[in-house]
Design a protein around this ligand. Structure first.
Ligand code: MTE
Ligand code: MO
Length: 276
């Protein structure tokens, strides 16, 4: 009995995607080819993502993705695929207050508040900033949805400054190279950002890619009003690519870090990334 060759049928769509990837890869340097290879193995990468990214942009940096072996997660910097939906004013929902960890001390005086920033490039000691220092950066307003892990969500108009603009103004010491280039070479920055309340009773860890996301804001207003104490006056985070838990209220300290920072809810068993 002769063995019959059964032709393997490759679906036309997959074949087209493969061709796209192959032709795009021919244009890559060896180094970025390796990164592209790693990226294509990433859990949420996928061949189509890779093909479209290659077409969007011939430069190798988008492929220098940070892979976390433990969590099996892949992240990219400034990825246009990850924009959270935005809404119109008519879709705003009523504010809701939730969680007062780290902000329930009665003697807190927002007028005396200062933000401490650790590991800033060119500074041997922590940088202290006032709210006015932060308000001097360009302002952004956006209506996005905040999802609490308890199962509810609210659509809020946030006003503040983009965290990426803050990082450009107060950049971290780079882990490679002699000066930081936040938008040009984000992979040369430390991989994480830690944020803590002034009394350190609540704290979040963020991956740098999510921190630098264009919709991640340091906020001083919700729905056009200055933040109330309950909502984190004078400065809180709005990070719509993450669950509510990461939207820390009353930020007291920001630390750039190469090590994964501790995280209040991750310590209670929730996913450290808490991404949406
Ligand atoms: N300092 C601090 N920030 C916090 C919390 C908290 O307990 N303490 N709770 C988080 C959670 S679980 C949610 S859902 C949002 C709620 O924000 P809101 O009270 O402005 O609606 O804040 C987050 N930020
Ligand atoms: Mo929450």
């Amino acid at each position: 009995m002769s063995e019959e060759q059964v032709p393997v049928k490759i679906p036309a769509d997959l074949k087209r995607q493969n061709d796209e990837v192959e032709s795009a890869m021919r244009h890559l340097s060896r180094r970025s080819f390796i990164w592209a290879g790693i990226a294509s193995l990433g859990a949420y990468g996928g061949i189509h993502w890779l093909a479209s990214r290659l077409e969007d942009n011939g430069t190798p940096w988008p492929f220098r993705r940070v892979l976390d072996a433990n969590e099996g997660l892949a992240m990219d910097y400034f990825g246009p695929m990850r924009l959270a939906p935005t809404f119109s004013k008519s879709e705003l929902t009523e504010l809701r207050q939730n969680g007062d960890e780290g902000i329930n001390d009665e003697d807190f005086d927002p007028t005396q508040w200062k933000l401490t920033v650790n590991n800033v490039f060119g500074h041997d000691s922590p940088v202290q900033l006032t709210l006015d220092d932060i308000k001097r950066l360009p302002h952004t307003t956006q209506i996005t949805e905040m999802f609490c892990i308890e199962g509810w969500s609210i659509k809020v108009e946030w006003t503040g400054v983009r965290f990426v603009d803050f990082v450009e103004k107060y950049p971290p010491n780079p882990i490679r190279g002699d000066k930081p280039d936040v938008r040009g070479n984000p992979h040369d920055l430390p991989s994480y950002v830690a944020m803590l309340t002034p009394n350190e009773g609540y704290y979040v860890g963020l991956d740098m890619a999510s921190a630098l996301h264009p919709q991640t804001l340091l906020c001083f207003e919700m729905n056009g009003e200055p933040l109330s104490v309950d909502h984190g006056a004078p400065l809180r985070l709005a990070i719509p690519v993450k669950y509510g838990v990461k939207n820390i209220k009353r930020i007291g300290t920001i630390t750039y870090s190469s090590e994964k920072p501790k995280d209040y809810w991750a310590e209670q068993g929730y996913d450290w990334y808490a991404g949406l």
